[in-house]
Design a protein around this ligand. Sequence first.
Ligand SMILES: C[S@@+](CC[C@H](N)C(=O)[O-])C[C@H]1O[C@@H](n2cnc3c(N)ncnc32)[C@H](O)[C@@H]1O
Length: 411
Amino acid sequence: MTIPDPEALEVPAAGPWLVRIPEVFAEEGAALRRRWSPTGSTPLGTEFHLLRATSAAAMAGPEALLFTSWRLPVGHRWPCRPRTMEGFVEKAAQGLARTFAGRSPEAILVGLLQTGTPNTYYRKLASNLRGRLLQVFPPMPGGGGMEVRPDAPVLYCLIGPEGLYAGLTTPRQANGLRPGGARPAVSAGADAISRAGAKIEEAMESLQLYRALPPAGAHWLELGASPGGMTRALLARSYRVTAVDRAPLDTRLDGAHGLTFHRMDAPLFRAAPDEVFDALLCDLNGPADAALAAALRQAPALRPAAPVVFTLKLAGVTGVAAAVARRDAVVAEAAAAGWRFVAQAHLPSNRREFTLFFETTRARPAGTARAPAGHRAPRAPAADRDRADGQWRRGPRAPGSARGPGGRLGR
Ligand SMILES: C[S@@+](CC[C@H](N)C(=O)[O-])C[C@H]1O[C@@H](n2cnc3c(N)ncnc32)[C@H](O)[C@@H]1O
């Protein structure tokens, strides 16, 4: 089983970490915090915790990768009351410059310790602090904003009524580009078909930390599509979608351009002999092994190096060890079928579930449009797999989003 290897973390062996543990994992989080930080932790804002003495190794372990939706090695902290602190922005900017200006961050991102609907006072304060930091730090490529490489050093600063907490890390190591793991600006909105529309947008942003998205016009196979929030989001990105569910799609998707819908049991779906899908999305509810089996049955119809976005539901699972074991079982089963485990995330719109990302690695047998049902193709030589990797340079944009040059993130 291959768990994504976090790159070497430039932090002291035992240092303070700021972690975000989603509310849905409050119970597991309490036990984990005691394990990660035996000397104690301090709650900050909503969902954030300052772990006093925690090793980088602990934060790179499977439990932290699953149960913290965002994490930051803290290199500078200023517990204070920014609201009543005279000259907070200037003092904070000078303090941060003393600690981090010599470490060449390529972007500075400031967020809030408060999740959910942000307090306008602190949102404005965050914006003012970022503006001042960009003045006192040396110029950064791309203006120091969100259009940054996933492995570029970023100075992340989080503020709230409890003060200022900052550190240098990469978007990939933090487990998300946005400071504190905030939601992308593209939100579901009042007209949303389901909350899952926002979830696939968040998944796309997360996937981009590891690989390029399929280009516009690419064909997604979606298992568990009803009522159609994700389907609509994929179509809005100019993808084609073959959606499968035993329940109907929302009538707002009737006649949608690029959409084919099969109302049926997912395990029974078979692609046409000459049909090839560029990506697979599986959001089936029910037992994880059944959902994975339904997804793996579609393997012969997937192109090599196709991304697979898989929602790992935790229904019936309680406790850290059981969740990790379920994740491990799914990853092992997928690996046995030739799917490379790329990454995992707890996205802002995930409830008691994780989003796992895989990539198909097997080459199709030469000269065949697709393998017959049940056929297990031989594993492709490593060189072929490498060639297949990363051949997509750019994915399409969500409506209203922007993309930076050369694999940079951000919108
Ligand atoms: C979480 S919902 C999917 C939400 C959807 N992705 C969206 O964007 O709105 C899970 C779906 O899985 C479907 N499902 C579960 N088991 C299924 C099966 N064996 N065959 C077909 N659909 C199934 C359910 O009907 C349900 O619509």
